[in-house]
Design a protein around this ligand. Structure first.
Ligand code: NAP
Length: 317
């Protein structure tokens, strides 16, 4: 594994991080989840990304991660960066969603209990909450860091202007906003238009989620929708209807370009992100050790010729 400094901070992140949103809950195989976490760590993936609501049911990914940590990796806590988040609906009533001090404080305490950790390395506001004063959410992140419940604060899915304001509020109280997390992949380019200048101005690290567009940017759906794939499952954000013929055609073209580079499409999609200096790390999801290993090998070729980059852009014209 190679590591990159997270923005202007002294914290290094592995180029590939592992996300536990899907496939690590109680409705999934614990044995496969455990094998993926252990394989990841053995391959130098030191960063594991969680949130209060991950897993089916919500919370179970944190509990299962805690179980694996306690049983198999308990002597390695100091070699790991573990993140969690709060911001989306987690429990009933007005205190289980959004960005209030009440919600974030209760949620991090629950997440620490579920994982069995004394602290998170990074704690995020999971989304911008327009109905909460920004100062309230950010002050809670600052207090969480000052209380030692997290070492660093992060923001996810904030409009660039709001993220900028949040960074300034933190700076005024000598707490660094370490990192910004958002969806970024070949099919979703919004951060490069809206957020990249913010990273440079604020010295923020940037970690890309859904770097494979939930599996679309792999060979998973090239010949239809396989049983057991994310799109075949009834719940979740990737729906069968999302896989339209014109998209499949683009994916096939990308797949041919990946083959010419001697990479799988998943590897080329990750390498394309990691070739950008603004990207500190990418958070991959996986449903098997084989997928994860395939993704890890992307780091062997992160260099693109301008001809290759042009060909990729042409797919989307
Ligand atoms: N901050 C936020 O709001 C937010 C939102 C979403 C995600 N995230 C974070 O980002 C992480 C990753 O998100 P994601 O799961 O959407 O990531 P992703 O890497 O875009 O998609 C992962 C899925 O792609 C398929 N896949 C992965 N590697 C493959 C390979 N080599 N070959 C073929 N298929 C492959 C698998 O699908 P199958 O399951 O079908 O096999 C896997 O479950 C999450 O776990 C979470 O930590 C954060």
């Amino acid at each position: 594994m190679n590591f990159r400094f997270c923005g202007n901070s002294g914290l290094q992140l592995p180029l590939i991080s592992l996300g536990l949103w899907h496939n690590f809950g109680d409705t999934d195989s614990f044995s496969v989840a455990k094998d993926m976490i252990i394989h990841a760590f053995e391959q130098g993936i030191t960063h594991f990304d969680l949130a209060n609501n991950y897993g089916m049911p919500p919370g179970s990914a944190e509990s299962n991660f805690g179980k694996v940590l306690k049983t198999y990796l308990k002597n390695h806590r100091d070699e790991m960066i573990v993140s969690s988040k709060a911001g989306h609906l987690m429990w009933d009533g007005p205190y289980g969603d959004g960005g209030s001090r009440k919600y974030l404080t209760a949620s991090i305490d629950q997440s620490l209990k579920r994982t069995g950790l004394d602290y998170f390395d990074i704690f995020y506001s999971h989304r911008y909450s327009p109905e909460t004063p920004l100062e309230e959410t950010v002050q809670t992140l600052i207090d969480i860091v000052k209380q030692g419940k997290a070492l660093y604060a992060g923001l996810s899915k904030y409009p660039a202007g709001k993220a900028y304001e949040a960074c300034e509020i933190m700076k005024a109280q000598n707490v660094r906003c370490l990192i910004y997390q958002d969806k970024y992949n070949l099919l979703h380019r919004q951060p490069e238009r809206e957020h990249f200048s913010l990273f440079r101005e604020q010295g923020l690290g940037f970690i890309a989620f859904s770097p494979l567009a939930q599996g679309l940017l792999t060979n998973r759906y090239i010949n239809g929708i396989p049983d057991g794939s994310r799109a075949a499952k009834p719940h979740g954000f990737l729906q069968k209807e999302d896989i339209k013929p014109d998209l499949t055609e683009k994916i096939k073209q990308l797949n041919r370009l990946a083959e010419q580079r001697g990479q799988s499409l998943a590897q080329m999609s990750l390498a394309w992100l990691l070739a950008k200096k603004e990207v500190s790390s990418v958070i991959v999801g996986a449903s098997s050790v084989q997928q994860l290993q395939n993704n890890i090998l992307s780091i062997n070729n992160l260099i693109f010729s301008s001809e290759e980059l042009n060909q990729i852009e042409l797919v989307f014209r």
